[in-house]
Design a protein around this ligand. Sequence first.
Ligand SMILES: Cc1cc2nc3c(=O)[nH]c(=O)nc-3n(C[C@H](O)[C@H](O)[C@H](O)COP(=O)(O)OP(=O)(O)OC[C@H]3O[C@@H](n4cnc5c(N)ncnc54)[C@H](O)[C@@H]3O)c2cc1C
Length: 517
Amino acid sequence: MKKEDEATKMVSRRSVLKGAAALGAIASMGGFALNMAAPGTVEAAEKKLPKKWDETWDVVVVGSGFAGLAAAAEAAGAGAKTVILEKMPIYGGNSIINGGGYAAWDSKLQLRQKLNLGEDSVKAHINDTLKGGDYYNIPELVEVLANESPAALNWMIDEGGLKLRNVVNRGGGHYSYRCYFSETMWGKDYTEALKRIAEKRGVKMALNSEVTWIWRKDADPKSPVLGLEVKRGRRTLNIKANKGLVLASGGFSRDIKMRMEQYPKLNEVFDSTNHKGATGEMIRYAQAVGADAMHLNFIQLYPFADPKTGTLDTPAVFPFSGPGRGAIYVSKQGKRFVSELERRDVCAFAQTNMGADAKPTYTIFNAAMVPLMGYKQDEVDAGLKKGRFTQADSIAELAKKIGLPEAALVETVNKHNQYLKDGKDPDFNKPITKAMLPLDKGPFFAVAQWPAVHHTMGGLRINKNAQVVDIFGKVIPKFYCAGEAAGGVHGSNRLGTNATADCVVFGRVAGRSAVNA
Ligand SMILES: Cc1cc2nc3c(=O)[nH]c(=O)nc-3n(C[C@H](O)[C@H](O)[C@H](O)COP(=O)(O)OP(=O)(O)OC[C@H]3O[C@@H](n4cnc5c(N)ncnc54)[C@H](O)[C@@H]3O)c2cc1C
């Protein structure tokens, strides 16, 4: 089957025809569209509003990750005829390959309480997120994230059949144990749950449908966005959004040109953990029709990606989940180089600042930590089989196997074990907790790691209703944005597991706003 046919199949014929029947009112619109292409260029002269629409929907969502699925589910739940447009041949974007972590200070499962992992509160989640983002975050957006995150998790459990592991971790920058993990530790658990909710509510999804422009007549604050130009196979369609357009097109970590414009250091030498569709054209189109963007130069490296490929596979999540249980990070010299509970940017730059020769560094953990981090033996076995984990009965043997100086690694581990006993880390001031185990009993494991471009904190400026704001601070009518395509939630640095929550929470907000505004 040709790509084009597949895409057409995804959008039910009936719904498109129904949409087409509602075109009368706008069929003769025409005229010029707002177009900020360089004056005098062919593109600037030619960007005309479509004379007719090929499809009409109440709500059109761009992107089929967490944010798009959640937005579409909520819009359809409120009665709106809703379509998701996705440029790739498969749905899910970065969301479907995500590591399964979700930050919530509470949930109906009450896992933190049951596992006796201390206190947490909405205020603590807000404060950690603001501090983790160096207070560049927009506080009212952070409040929405933290307030709504438990309810969004419960929603996916109750209505989408989401299953979680019996674990709550403490990732860098979170000062409480609030990182939940899904059953398989893959984002797919959440995307499937959201897709189930969306499908039950009648949402249609069109794959292989690349948005190539946003239609808006002019920049008058009262002028709404009208719809989209979409490439589907060899056809170019114009799709009208009657009630709202939700941009949930994700981040731009794979857009080397765009990321270098914002942060020249992040050139092609850096690998990325992202899917290949993580490019920033939708943000540019939105800017071209008057949307404000913010924080585009705040780009996060995942400090623990596979050094050979840049991927974030299951072994690459152990270094994130391990520190709350006593895992340590060491350099090629067998020395710790950072507090393992530090934020991602600090951990990443502690590595890259040692120079390219320092690649890779390692996380060291032992078997006793594995179930406490929420992992199963078969995941360790799979990591060993793949060559990502190295196992040994003693620290000296482990050092030898991975080519580190034995005496140095033994000394580092012994010192750290003593720090856990003393409750103090004089080297890096890591906050020691009772949940951390010493590395005093094998088998011991090592996993190699190196930073890769991971998350773009910036995006379109939105308000707490997920409405897109223009460069004068005015809401652009009928225009909404959620997830990684939006800026302001995470400030300069996102805390691990906050993105899943951000995308689902703001996706839901955007979907509801698109119908109710
Ligand atoms: C490997 C990996 C692991 C991660 N693990 C975690 C984790 O455990 N916890 C956590 O909180 N965060 C994690 N993150 C971050 C988090 O997964 C992302 O921030 C999140 O998935 C973004 O969701 P989204 O819905 O905004 O965008 P996406 O899921 O990326 O979806 C956007 C979609 O829009 C589509 N699109 C883009 N442009 C167009 C266009 N022009 N036309 C049509 N479609 C378009 C894309 O193809 C894509 O499918 C991880 C990220 C990666 C890459």
